[in-house]
Design a protein around this ligand. Structure first.
Ligand SMILES: NC(=O)C1=CN([C@@H]2O[C@H](COP(=O)(O)OP(=O)(O)OC[C@H]3O[C@@H](n4cnc5c(N)ncnc54)[C@H](OP(=O)(O)O)[C@@H]3O)[C@@H](O)[C@H]2O)C=CC1
Ligand SMILES: O=C([O-])CC(=O)C(=O)O
Length: 264
């Protein structure tokens, strides 16, 4: 397994430290051209720093996308066409039908696969199993402290900088709209949609809540299997209040799963 990392933000930095502890090496970083001069020696010995898939070393087998929707849309298809497996946490990008189709046709062409990390949520296995029967309804609620929504459309309806008097809903609608409008905040909505009833039938509510200090994600689903409610209170990454630590951990888990003879 020869790994290249796409992006060098909060999730990428967590992944770098975690996989090095597991004895895996980072062979290359795929970064924006203006980021190529930054120092990455602390986490990888002499990595290649490139700004396109074609410039990656020939022996790279996996591209790990920690760069968000734009990064996946820009580099994912080229990597898949070149035969690299791609692991991504930028799942909301798949809500755009053009990007989705491009990723599917590129993987088919390259004989490669796109692996979706589970991200900041759990219970996706339950949804996947439940949809084999009739899955009637799936509702996802994402709740973060006000600062977790900074830089999102929540800013248009709420003053996130001053203290909100109470929890405020700033989005209700289908998962497709949530994922496309909140590229840094609603990847979980996309993961829930893809595992369950799809982007258009999954109902989403997004809430800025001044009474909490963690990111709380909840799924309520019902169908032939019965019903379930899943809730997780996720700590943020120290470098980015928007992103839960579990999202970065799920990327690490996905990388480690690739070399295991038994997948669990
Ligand atoms: N599935 C899930 O549950 C979750 C998914 N996410 C997704 O993960 C993404 C990353 O999160 P996080 O690490 O916290 O965010 P950060 O903003 O800390 O890091 C993003 C990194 O990606 C880089 N980047 C962005 N676009 C490109 C590009 N086109 N080419 C190369 N590099 C690029 C940024 O570079 P620069 O600084 O130059 O912009 C930056 O280094 C989020 O945007 C979100 O979409 C996040 C949390 C949970
Ligand atoms: O990290 C989280 O808690 C969730 C998140 O940002 C996303 O779904 O994009």
């Amino acid at each position: 397994m020869k790994i290249a990392l796409l992006g060098n933000g909060a999730i990428s930095r967590y992944v770098q430290q975690a996989i090095l502890k597991q004895g895996l090496h980072i062979e290359a970083f795929l970064l924006r051209p203006q980021r190529m001069d930054e120092d990455h020696q602390s986490v990888a010995s002499d990595p290649a720093i490139v700004s396109s898939v074609t410039a990656l070393p020939q022996d790279i087998t996996h591209l790990i996308d920690c760069a968000g929707h734009q990064g996946l849309a820009e580099h994912g298809p080229a990597a898949l066409r070149a035969g690299l497996d791609v692991i991504t946490v930028s799942i909301g990008a798949l809500a755009d039908p053009d990007i989705y189709d491009d990723l599917v046709s590129s993987a088919t062409q390259g004989g490669s696969r796109l692996h979706l990390a589970s991200g900041a949520i759990g219970a996706l296995d339950t949804l996947r199993a439940a949809r084999s029967g009739q899955l009637d309804s799936v509702r996802y609620t994402g709740r973060k402290p006000p600062q977790g929504w900074i830089g999102s459309p929540a800013e248009q309806s709420l003053d996130l900088q001053s203290s909100l008097p109470s929890a405020q809903t700033h989005f209700t609608g289908p998962a497709r709209d949530a994922a496309l409008r909140y590229p840094k905040n609603a990847n979980v909505a996309a993961a829930v949609a893809l595992a369950g009833v799809g982007f258009d039938a999954t109902e989403v509510e997004l809430i800025a809540d001044p009474t909490i200090s963690s990111n709380i994600h909840e799924i309520c689903a019902s169908g032939d299997f019965g019903s379930f409610t899943f809730s997780i209170t996720g700590n943020s990454l120290p470098d980015n209040p928007r992103s839960s630590a579990l999202a970065a951990m799920s990327v690490v888990a996905e990388i480690l799963a690739i070399n295991k003879p038994i997948s669990s």
